[in-house]
Design a protein around this ligand. Structure first.
Ligand SMILES: *Cc1c(COP(=O)(O)O)cnc(C)c1O
Length: 404
């Protein structure tokens, strides 16, 4: 059996819904979560067998929603490196620091995981096209995978989103609209357009059930790469929250499968001080977030003033004994530069925010330096070239390199 998908479950009231028709949110307007027959999955496949499969996220296909392998739309996503960071870890006083580097997936950001699984399942269920608002990376990924699947793509993004992501949409044939506003404004335009376009599915963050399924494979991979063991702490740059919700879901599924024992890692939601609704709600003891005024940060992928799944992020953080941290743009850019000098890896500003958060948590004593810590770097720095200004004179061709 390729997939053990059984049904969808409302994340608010636990009600069951049919997984084999196109679904959006639950009747309560809440995200729907895919549920599997995990007993059957555990009887069908073992971790050792998974270890022999091709190094992409489809190695976990029993725990993914696509029922027929013929419907898998892939560009080779998944099984990204889990890198040791000895020099940077020593600098931060956290020798057990590692990075899961999502800069190496197709389209350069982890959004490809959600797009691969979401587009595959949409095509399997007979959807003709997808439509979504985005802060750039998700739209780029969904546009590319839609092209691969032969689906149409309608994308709206803020005019301030990374320019390269526009080009990815255009080159793959998507219908792209730039919006003078934030992702929520783009979302309103998309919802109105989708109402006029039969066969087109609104695949906004957490408004369709399968993007989260693609992203949860980050959690499976971390555990598999550590030898079916969890780290002590995972830090995640949180925007819409899909990634952290998904990693939490993956860890719970692995526990239920009996493939992971012991305590779950403490999950840490990291945001930028310019847009930190989840961090504010966490520290205020609230279950839902309030959108900040004038949201702004260089870490554009986490500029999400109001996440539909905020209550699920807060639950993931609280139920694992984690925390929520906000860092300034100045600190995250300094962290990005220090990491690149220490380890030769140019991470995106969102990933860099997590390294700044590690430093902050170590200084505060929340980390004592003995932990195994995994930072999710959600994308490559190449998407955001302007985060590293280069101002150099041009030498005349008969000039000379100054002596030093
Ligand atoms: C979308 C995005 C995020 C935020 O991810 P969520 O799962 O929506 O919280 C972080 N980093 C990058 C690079 C992104 O594109």
């Amino acid at each position: 059996m390729y997939s053990t998908l059984s049904h969808l479950e409302c994340s608010r009231d636990g009600s069951r819904h049919d997984a084999d028709v196109v679904q959006g949110t639950s009747p309560l307007g809440a995200p729907l979560l895919a549920r599997y027959d995990l007993e059957r999955a555990a009887a069908t496949v073992t971790p050792a067998e998974i270890g022999t499969r091709a190094p992409d996220l489809w190695r976990y296909h029993e725990l993914l929603p696509v029922r027929d392998p013929a419907h898998v739309v892939t560009l080779g996503e998944g099984m990204t490196p889990l890198l040791d960071l000895p020099r940077h870890g020593a600098r931060l006083g956290v020798p057990g620091l590692r990075m899961k580097d999502e800069g190496l997936v197709p389209t350069g950001a982890f959004k490809a995981r959600g797009a691969a699984v979401g587009v595959s399942r949409a095509a399997e269920l007979g959807v003709a096209g997808i439509a979504m608002p985005t802060n750039g990376n998700a739209g780029a990924a969904w546009a590319c995978y839609a092209a691969r699947a032969g689906l149409s793509a309608l994308i709206a993004m803020p005019v301030d989103a990374p320019v390269i992501t526009r080009r990815e949409c255009v080159v793959s044939g998507a219908e792209l609209h730039l919006v003078d506003g934030l992702i929520g404004d783009a979302g309103r335009l998309i919802a109105a357009a989708v109402a006029q376009r039969p066969g087109v599915q609104d695949t906004s963050t957490l408004r369709e059930p399968y993007r989260i399924e693609g992203k949860k494979t980050m959690g499976y991979e971390i555990v598999e790469q550590l030898g079916w063991r969890a780290p002590d702490v995972i830090l995640y740059p949180t925007g819409g929250g899909v990634g952290i919700i998904a990693i939490h879901k993956a860890l719970l599924e692995l526990q239920e499968l009996g493939w992971l024992t012991g305590d779950l890692p403490r999950l840490v939601a990291v945001q930028a001080t310019g847009c930190a609704p989840i961090v504010d709600a966490f520290h205020a003891g609230l279950d839902e977030s309030t959108p900040p005024a004038n949201a702004h940060t260089v870490a554009f992928g986490i500029t999400v003033p109001k996440a539909l799944g905020d209550f699920l992020v807060l639950d993931a953080v609280r139920s694992t004994g984690g925390t929520a941290v906000a860092v300034t743009d100045e600190d995250l850019l300094a962290a990005q530069a220090a990491l690149a000098r220490d380890e030769g890896t140019w991470v995106c500003p969102e990933g860099a925010a997590c390294f700044a958060a590690v430093a902050q948590l170590r200084e505060a004593g929340w980390l004592d330096g003995s932990e195994d810590v995994v930072v999710l770097n959600t994308g490559t720095g190449l998407i955001y070239p302007d985060t590293v200004p280069v101002d150099l004179p041009v030498l005349p061709k008969d000039g000379a390199i100054p002596a030093r």
